[in-house]
Design a protein around this ligand. Structure first.
Ligand code: P6P
Length: 338
């Protein structure tokens, strides 16, 4: 079958009425920027891009050089494109307006430019996560409050995983699709259309070192998985934890599984570890469009009304039956507490 490039796919989506031209051009710009990030990460030690940048981001996390480089690549690529009213990034406190000398568009772009960057120096897959919202019609200078839209309003979401191959996974709300970067021609080529995540799974992803800090229903749910075939689940389970959300989520998108970053006593006051606007919401959109589920353990992630640009939430996502069972245990425990 003739390969379908990202450009051709975007034209198909426009013809199907799923997206408009401006969103199509915006995705092309983001994909092109991510190709540049792939080149930068691929250089490793030879590019002088490893190690700490010597600065902290808005989260108070030490930035890697590649965090800063990736952020700059995405900002520069999107400044002149004319498709955006503003950008927001994990690496920046406030939204970044589009410079006055450039035309503005009707979209808001949010991104984690290099998620999992603590893995960069040990050569483990990292990725870029992005989400696209509509800018309110009467707004020319978007402020934080204009970004604070529930995940259900996203027009597009995607991630690029920089691994053995560079893959773009994308949804516009009409299925989830995967593109593989053909490095010889520099194009993303459609490699999986209409991905489906199996509703059942035998594989879970969680950072077990936090177990003693989890809430009781999380202890119960994971304890049952660990009990294996002699326990209440009557089967053995396998565990994976890359500590790079994009890599863990891509494994789930590819072969099923369930990912948890639950509340625990250490991070309770922050609301969780992962960020709602540019990690949980885009991943939730992608996973739901592939037939999976995405919950905080108590609510559907995409229905949350955001209260802050860098708000953190608990994340349960992946194979629907496991997400729903874990969430059921949490609701049951809440009910018992009254
Ligand atoms: P921990 C990376 O820092 C990240 O934001 C996600 O990509 C990843 O899933 C998680 O944090 C890893 O957290 O506590 O295992 O280091």
């Amino acid at each position: 079958m003739k390969p379908v490039s990202l450009i051709q796919f975007l034209i198909e989506e426009r013809r199907a009425g799923h997206i408009n031209t401006e969103l199509s051009l915006l995705i092309e710009v983001v994909a092109r920027a991510c190709k540049r990030i792939a080149v930068a990460t691929g250089k490793g030690a030879l590019g002088g891009v490893l190690g700490a940048a010597g600065t902290d981001n808005v989260q108070g996390e030490a930035q890697k050089k590649l965090d800063v480089i990736s952020n700059e690549i995405l900002l520069e690529a999107n400044a002149w494109g004319g498709h955006l009213a503003a950008c927001a990034s994990e690496e920046m406190e406030d939204p970044q307006p589009i410079p006055d000398m450039y035309p503005k568009g009707q979209h808001l772009l949010l991104f984690d430019p290099l998620d999992g960057s603590s893995n960069i120096d040990v050569n483990i897959s990292v990725g870029t996560i992005f989400s696209v919202l509509r800018c309110p019609d009467d707004v020319t200078e978007p402020k934080v409050e204009h970004f604070l839209q529930p995940g259900t309003t996203q027009l597009a979401a995607g991630y690029v995983v920089y691994g053995p191959s560079t893959l773009l996974v994308l949804t516009f709300g009409h299925g989830t699709h995967e593109f593989t970067l053909d490095r010889e021609i520099g194009s993303f080529i459609l490699s999986r259309r209409d991905i489906r995540i199996p509703e059942q799974t035998g594989e879970f992803a969680i950072n077990m070192s936090n177990q003693r800090h989890w809430e009781a229903p999380m202890q119960r749910y994971i304890g049952e998985l660990l009990a294996g075939k002699d326990g209440p689940r009557g089967r053995d389970f396998n565990m994976r934890w890359v500590a790079s959300m994009v890599a863990d989520v891509h494994r789930i998108v590819t072969r099923g599984g369930v990912f948890f970053y639950p509340l625990d006593a250490k991070i309770r006051d922050k609301g969780g570890k992962l960020r709602l606007m540019y990690e949980a919401n885009p991943m939730a959109f992608i996973v739901e469009q592939a037939g999976g589920a995405a919950s905080t353990g108590r609510e559907r992630i995409m229905e949350l009304q955001p209260v802050g640009l860098h708000q953190r939430v608990p994340v349960f996502l992946g194979s629907k039956q496991e997400v729903e069972l874990a969430a059921h245990y949490h609701r049951e425990a809440d009910g018992a507490q009254g």
